[in-house]
Design a protein around this ligand. Structure first.
Ligand code: FES
Length: 200
């Protein structure tokens, strides 16, 4: 004889009843809905807010968006009326002892002792260059005031009484006072005698 509980569970009408009840619950739930709603799509709104936070530039598109554009591509007019243009016009940023207007160039008598000649040198070119223009084989290496290969000596006193150096980096004050000069970066400012190939 079957256990009454098992007999009850296995009762076919009860199983049918349970299935109908389950179907009813599913039907009612689907008709009413679960109350869940999809999240509102705010991506457009976020994008708009971000765009508003980025300051507008005056660069034309697409130059200010291109990778590596960096505002280039003609965004800044070359030789325009900006500050840089004014600086260039002023000509003060890169002026050196050789930047002398053509109508202000002066000439001085310079005796090259070892060559046995006196020549006129202008004040807008280094002594070395002008000596080479005479055809003399004068010593040099860097031509930038960074060695002493081109050194010479002005016997009459401190060399800077007679020449202006353009960024010489090798001679010490005492050596300059002793008359030494780096001819590759020395511009005549007076007449003098010089012995080339003389280093301190
Ligand atoms: S050549 Fe080097 S300092 Fe003149």
């Amino acid at each position: 004889m079957l256990n009454p509980l098992i007999a009850n569970v296995a009762n076919p009408p009860a199983i049918v009843l349970a299935a109908v009840a389950t179907l009813l619950v599913v039907l009612v739930t689907s008709v009413r809905g679960t109350g869940w709603e999809p999240t509102t799509d705010i991506s457009e709104e976020v994008l708009e807010r971000r765009a508003a936070a980025v300051p507008e530039t005056e660069f034309p598109e697409p130059g200010n968006r291109a990778i590596g554009g960096g505002g280039g591509g003609g965004a800044i007019p070359a030789g325009g009326d900006g500050e840089e243009g004014e600086l260039e016009e002023g000509g003060t940023a890169s002026s050196g002892p050789g930047d002398i207007p053509e109508d202000e160039v002066e000439y001085f008598e310079v005796e090259f002792v070892k060559q046995g000649e006196t020549v006129e040198l202008s004040n807008d070119q280094p002594i070395l260059e002008q000596g080479e223009d005479e055809g003399w084989d004068l010593p040099y290496a860097c031509r930038q005031g960074q060695c002493v290969s081109c050194a010479g000596r002005i016997a009459d006193g401190p060399s800077e009484d007679f020449v202006e150096h353009d960024n010489q980096q090798m001679l010490e004050e005492a050596e300059i006072d002793d008359g030494y000069t780096l001819t590759c970066v020395a511009y005549p400012r007076d007449s003098f005698s010089i012995e080339t190939g003389e280093a301190p």
